[in-house]
Design a protein around this ligand. Structure first.
Ligand SMILES: C[S@@+](CC[C@H](N)C(=O)[O-])C[C@H]1O[C@@H](n2cnc3c(N)ncnc32)[C@H](O)[C@@H]1O
Length: 195
C-alpha cells in the first residue's frame, strides 16, 4: 500500500541520496515505519573503522526490517550488507513497507540455508538493530562462526525495550570492543569481538 512518508524515502533511495535520508528523517515522527535508528555520517565512519580493524569485510544483519539501514551502511562504507527477516507472508503482502535490499527470509526455526551462511561467516560482522527476540538471538549466535558482533539499540535511559540491549547483555564470550552514540539519541552502536 502506498504511504506518502515511505514514498519520500523511496525517492531519495532511487537517487542514492542516503545523506539526505539521515539528515531529514532522523527525528521524523513516522521514521520507525522504515527504520528505528538513523546513524550520522560519523557513525557510518565509526562502523567502517571498526570493521576494518577487526578484519571484517561484510555484514549480515538479522531482523533487518525494510533493510534501509543495511542499504545506507553499504552505500556509506562500501561494505556489502545482507539482511535476514522472518515471516515471508508479511514481507510479501501488499501491506508490507518497501524494502531497500533483497531480504533473506527464514522461518522462526532457522532455515538450513541461513545456518549454512552463519557457519561460514569468518569475516562477517553479525548485526542486530533494535532486535527483540532473545531465543532467536541465541540461535543465530550459536551457529555464527565469526568473531564480530554489533548490537544497535537504546541505552537504559531511553526507556525502550530491546533484546539484546547494546550493553551488558551478551555472554562472556564477547568483549566490548568500541561503542558510539547515534547523535544524542540515547541509541548506541556497540561493537563486540569474540574473546
Ligand atoms: C523492531 S524490528 C527492527 C527492524 C530493523 N532492524 C530496524 O531497526 O528498523 C525487529 C525485527 O526483527 C525481526 N525478527 C524477529 N525475529 C526474527 C528472527 N528469528 N529472524 C529474523 N528476524 C527476526 C522482526 O520481524 C522485526 O522486523
Amino acid at each position: 500500500m502506498r504511504d506518502p512518508f515511505a514514498d519520500e524515502i523511496l525517492d531519495l533511495y532511487k537517487e542514492k541520496n542516503w545523506k539526505e535520508i539521515v539528515e531529514k528523517y532522523h527525528d521524523h515522527p513516522e521514521r520507525s515505519k522504515v527504520l528505528w535508528v538513523f546513524p550520522t555520517e560519523d557513525n557510518f565512519q565509526f562502523l567502517k573503522e571498526c570493521l576494518d580493524s577487526l578484519a571484517c569485510d561484510k555484514i549480515m544483519s538479522v531482523g533487518c526490517g525494510t533493510g534501509l539501514l543495511e542499504w545506507m551502511i553499504s552505500e556509506a562504507t562500501g561494505i556489502p550488507v545482507s539482511g535476514v527477516e522472518v515471516d515471508s507472508a508479511w514481507w510479501n503482502s501488499k501491506y508490507a513497507p518497501p524494502t531497500f535490499i533483497p531480504l533473506l527470509l527464514t522461518s522462526s526455526k532457522l532455515d538450513k540455508d541461513i545456518i549454512n551462511v552463519l557457519q561460514n561467516s569468518t569475516n562477517t560482522a553479525l548485526t542486530f538493530c533494535y532486535f527483540n527476540n532473545r531465543p532467536a538471538f541465541e540461535d543465530y549466535i550459536n551457529f555464527f562462526s565469526g568473531t564480530c558482533l554489533i548490537i544497535i539499540g537504546p541505552g537504559d535511559s531511553k526507556g525502550v525495550h530491546t533484546d539484546p540491549k547494546p550493553f551488558n547483555d551478551v555472554s562472556e564470550d564477547w568483549l566490548l570492543y568500541k561503542w558510539q552514540e547515534v547523535r544524542s539519541s540515547s541509541d548506541f552502536i556497540a561493537v563486540y569481538c569474540k574473546k
